[in-house]
Design a protein around this ligand. Structure first.
Ligand code: NAP
Length: 360
């Protein structure tokens, strides 16, 4: 029987995955929230999606705005809304019994900890990144890059290998299994790249309305140095959990199959990155998603673990000063992640691979 997958989130990442899966024989239903039809509106009107770049051609896609269609279409639901939209779709999904379903949040940014407290789901998984680097304009999808592999974790400690095989069978790229959702969130290196690239280029973004290449022109040596300071904190958080995390450049190289020597080399020479234009203003998810849902959780974890988080705190405070949004309050702090009552040792015990018998 033809495999079936529901995708919740009708933006470039959801449509790229939908197009790739349909082409390889999976039957896909894509959901757009009825008040978030910016891209889906064109696809619904045309009846098909046009793709260029790494994925090419027209793909017929079924699109719905009704969550009951999603739940009945498949027991595999892949979320491709930004983490700032996860709460909205969670409220819709909560209306249904999902004990037989698996939800895979791409990327998760610790979605599993929030969803687990709100509803009962068969399995919850989350990934570090989107497998595609892509943009969309008036219903046309441009896929600039496709990762060779990306990282995934389950909320459950001892996941049965057949479930892992089933999840791997959905995706046309290699999944690398992490020991916990904390590990996979620490591997979302967008938290290292995006906020600093935006904030250290804020004047240029605003004076040119984003008319420059964000990585190629904006990720220069001093920006890279600031990123490396944030990256060191991320790696130290991993160490406290007994994890040997790779640096941001190594994680990016692993996902894309690249061999760049440092961040500036990547910015200059990586094809999925070096032609990306800057956003038109700083009210963009590079800040509004990655600061509250990655940096705030990393910051709070670091503080709980007794790690000096000042480089991350500096970025969060600068984002607050620039935008007026108090991300420490609005973001995924330990309270929102239902971890505020954990002691340092309890946190390590729950998420460390040693306590899972998974030390690698
Ligand atoms: N695109 C990439 O190259 C790329 C690369 C790496 C990681 N990612 C990550 O992958 C995820 C999806 O990326 P994307 O480019 O597809 O994002 P997107 O276009 O910003 O959003 C995806 C979809 O979610 C909808 N949405 C946004 N906020 C919502 C909310 N509050 N409630 C319900 N729906 C909402 C959007 O609708 P509207 O646009 O109408 O609001 C859109 O249909 C993000 O977390 C992103 O950071 C993407």
């Amino acid at each position: 029987m033809q495999p079936k997958v529901s995708i919740v989130g009708a933006g470039p990442a959801g449509f790229a995955l939908a197009a790739d899966l349909e082409r390889s024989g999976t039957n896909v239903l894509i959901y757009s929230h009825p008040t978030h039809l910016r891209h889906a509106g064109y696809v619904i009107k045309n009846g098909y999606l046009t793709a260029s770049g790494i994925i090419q051609g027209s793909v017929s896609l079924k699109v719905t705005c009704d969550m009951s269609d999603v739940v009945h279409f498949s027991t595999t639901i892949i979320l491709t809304v930004p983490s700032t939209g996860q709460e909205t779709v969670l409220q819709e999904m909560k209306k249904f019994c999902l004990r037989q379903h698996s939800i895979i949040a791409i990327p998760g940014n610790l979605f599993a900890l929030i969803a687990d407290a709100e509803m009962e789901v068969g399995h919850i998984f989350e990934t570090n990144l989107s497998p595609y680097s892509c943009r969309m304009n008036e219903g046309s999808l441009i896929v600039l890059g496709k990762k060779s592999r990306f990282f995934i974790a389950s909320l459950e400690k001892d996941l049965c290998p057949t479930v892992k095989d089933k999840i791997q069978g959905i995706f046309p790229m290699e999944l690398k299994w992490c020991s916990s959702v904390i590990e996979v969130s620490l591997l979302n290196v967008n938290g290292v790249f995006h906020p600093l690239m935006m904030l250290m280029n804020a004047g240029r973004i605003e004076s040119t309305s984003g008319d420059f290449l964000l990585y190629h022109d904006g990720l220069t040596r001093s920006v890279a140095n600031a990123m490396i300071a944030v990256d060191k904190v991320r790696i130290q958080i991993g160490e406290a959990f007994g994890l040997r995390l790779k640096s941001a450049i190594e994680v990016s190289n692993e996902c894309y199959g690249h061999t760049f020597t440092d961040l500036v080399d990547l910015a200059q020479n990586s094809k999925p990155h070096n032609k990306l234009k800057a956003p038109a203003d700083i009210e963009n998810r590079n800040i509004s998603e990655d600061v509250p849902d990655l940096l705030v959780s990393w910051h709070d974890l670091a503080e709980k673990l007794g790690i000096d988080a000042s480089p991350i705190k500096a970025v969060i405070i600068l984002a607050y000063m620039a935008t007026g949004v108090d991300y420490m309050k609005t973001g995924r702090n330990l309270q929102k992640l239902h971890l505020e009552d954990f002691s340092r040792n309890e946190l390590i015990e729950r998420f460390s691979p040693i306590s899972h018998g998974l030390r690698r």
